[in-house]
Design a protein around this ligand. Structure first.
Ligand code: IMP
Ligand code: MG
Length: 178
């Protein structure tokens, strides 16, 4: 599929390498804690699967799903609803696993919603950080890559529910929009 999308913004090798680093960091930061990873579907499905296996701790795994008003196309800063987690989160150290933080409003909503369960701590790990898009004051605790303010696809991230299965991150060419 590289033939279609041209040069990746972030290659598969770079993703694998960065996830190994993040896994080691999280393993050391959460040693002895009751860590529960909460992956945010659908965008973070690939990242959650790979990152969780790079963490050398007996972690819990849960998922929430964010639902946009407009199923076709997510807009930055748009209000979304979030499904309930299934695990008991009281007293746990929660690490939210997100695909990308743009305006920061989804991350803010997730933190506020999960805090209601009275966890010991709530932090965020985002594969990608588009700092130029930020309108909400939020800073992820762990970031895979900071990227420019462009629309990207692949490794879980979609455009109209396509391109999630690309093994690398690419900027979506205008030719593929519509
Ligand atoms: P925020 O609430 O504005 O931070 O938006 C975060 C959500 O918007 C992410 O979880 C993605 O689902 C979506 N999003 C933002 N930027 C992109 C992008 O470049 N590609 C694909 N999805 C994106
Ligand atoms: Mg998402």
């Amino acid at each position: 599929m590289e033939k279609i999308f041209g040069k990746p913004l972030i290659t598969q090798e770079e993703i694998v390498h960065r996830i190994r680093e993040l896994g080691l960091q999280i393993t050391s930061d959460y040693a002895g804690k009751n860590l529960i990873l909460i992956g945010v579907l659908k965008g973070a499905y690939a990242f959650t699967a790979d990152l969780s296996r790079a963490i050398g701790l007996p972690v819990g795994i849960d998922f929430v799903m964010t639902l946009s008003q407009n199923q076709e196309k997510e807009k930055a800063g748009e209000r979304k609803t979030i499904t309930d987690p299934t695990l008991t989160l009281a007293g746990a150290d929660i690490l939210i696993i997100e695909d990308i933080i743009d305006s920061g409003s989804t991350a803010r909503m997730l933190i506020d919603k999960l805090a209601v369960h009275r966890p010991e701590s709530v932090r965020i790990c985002a594969l990608l950080d588009k700092t130029a898009g930020r309108t909400v004051d939020i800073k992820p605790d762990y970031v895979g890559f900071s990227i420019p303010n462009r629309f990207v696809i692949g490794y879980g991230l979609d455009y109209k529910n396509k391109y999630r299965t690309l093994p690398f991150i690419a900027v979506l060419d205008d030719r593929f929009r519509g």
